[in-house]
Design a protein around this ligand. Structure first.
Ligand code: ADP
Length: 415
């Protein structure tokens, strides 16, 4: 049994083949520039690595390219497609309808299409990937794993805005939270690494990448997530502004004569640390290099980023009435030891103390707090593909069990 994981975006499609027995990735890659010129990146655990131009006029062509490679006699990792038992698709927005992973059926596609307005950049692109796979692998079970599902345990006090209630009833305007697949994987892995019972710990996960969010997970359930109706709310990110007063936007629109579309472009693509650093960079490595060379705005961007993260951690410790584990993950969280240290300096009041040597260690999971720290601080490498593969395997096992029960029932009936 093998699991194919697909993460389909508008012009790229990431894939990975996972062996559920040892949870290893046998092959992974990304089809880039779909519909433009097409670039195929591919790597196997056997050491094959290639990046080459391949025509990919649409997603179906991209899926065709990756499937042919997976069964290629020399470079592939499968004998034939029958080795794939299930395909797990990353789906960004499941609205309120999806609180867990599901078998992708016509009804699910219909329900997801209804959520398209909630994530216009992501959901249609996810669905195009699903359609391509269904067409090329019609007999293989497809499972949808949602980025919003894990956050669906948030209570109304956390997910409702201070807006008239009718907008929630009529339009489902509320906070959904994102990065759920990563938050679930990382919070569980941290508890496992510490030898704790996941159902008994309070965890704050800081997923700090280009997109960044913080999640409060109490006893395995999400209490709060810093992203909101869209992935724009919350932290200051690479290019996204995070929390901002709507009144400032009205003022900006009036003074600069901008429409909503233009404002949204500024908030999503021109803000965050990129905007604060006066367009210097959205890349935290470049900001750090610049900071060392006395670029004040690069330093300010990092300072604002750190401050906002620390504020959220403080508020989530209050939301859960305590915290056992604080976990850093994703590009910045996993690699930027200075940022971790600076964030933790704000948290001394929680009894947090960092071990400077451990904070510079690299690893899949590392505890960076010192023995005396009242809260464990960890760095855990996120692995969204593995989480999707696990979910897909669990759904596939359930489907198999249901089928067997049904077959037994039918046989019993026939006797
Ligand atoms: P996303 O998946 O949201 O695109 P990632 O989780 O890949 O983002 O994170 C990308 C970010 O990680 C980049 O902005 C980059 O600055 C940052 N990053 C990667 N490596 C390092 C590093 N060694 N030090 C600091 N930041 C890093």
């Amino acid at each position: 049994m093998k699991i194919l994981v697909i993460n389909s975006g508008s012009s790229s499609l990431k894939f990975q083949v996972v062996d559920p027995e040892n949870e290893k990735a046998l092959a992974k890659g990304v089809c880039e520039r779909i519909g433009i010129d097409g670039i195929f990146n591919y790597r196997t655990d056997g050491g094959i690595s290639l990046k080459e131009p391949v025509a990919m006029p649409d997603h179906k062509a991209a899926v065709g390219v990756l499937l042919s490679m997976l069964v290629d006699p020399e470079r592939g990792v499968l004998k034939d497609f029958s080795e794939i038992d299930v395909v797990g698709h990353r789906l960004v927005h499941g609205g309120e309808k999806f609180t867990g992973s599901v078998v992708i059926t016509e009804e699910v596609i219909q329900a997801m299409t209804e959520c398209n307005d909630l994530a216009p950049l992501h959901n249609p692109a996810n669905l195009v990937g699903v359609a391509a796979c269904r067409e090329l692998m019609p007999d293989i079970l497809m499972v949808g794993v949602f980025d919003t599902a894990f956050n669906q345990t948030m209570e109304p006090k956390a997910f409702l805005y201070g807006l008239p209630y009718r907008f929630y009833e009529k339009l489902k305007i509320r906070r959904y939270g994102f990065h759920g697949i990563s938050h679930k994987y990382v919070s569980r892995r941290a508890a496992e690494f510490m030898g704790q019972d996941y159902r008994r710990v309070k965890t704050i996960v800081c997923h700090l990448g280009n997109g960044a969010s913080i999640c409060a997970v109490k006893y395995g359930q999400v209490v709060d997530n810093s992203m909101g109706f869209t992935p724009l709310e919350g932290l200051v990110m690479g290019t996204r502004c995070g929390d901002v007063d709507a009144g400032a936007l009205e003022y900006l629109a009036k003074k600069e004569n901008l429409d909503f579309q233009q404002i949204m472009t500024i908030l999503n693509q021109e803000s965050g640390v990129l905007g604060i650093s006066s367009n210097f960079s959205s890349d935290f490595r470049e900001l750090k290099d610049a900071e060392i060379k006395y670029n004040d705005k690069a330093a300010l961007a990092r300072e604002i980023f750190v401050y906002r993260v620390a504020k959220y951690i403080g508020s989530y410790a209050a939301a859960m009435n305590g915290v056992d584990n604080i976990v850093f993950t994703a590009g910045v969280g996993e690699n930027d030891s200075d940022i971790r240290e600076q964030i933790c300096e704000y948290l001394e009041f929680l009894g947090i103390a960092i071990d400077e040597v451990k904070n510079r260690e690299q690893g899949e999971a590392v505890r960076i707090s010192d023995g005396a720290s009242r809260v464990n601080v960890l760095v855990v490498k996120t692995n969204e593909e593995l989480e999707i593969a696990r979910e897909a395997a669990a759904v596939a096992a359930q489907v198999k069990e249901n089928r067997e029960t049904k077959a037994k029932g039918a046989a019993h009936h026939a006797e």
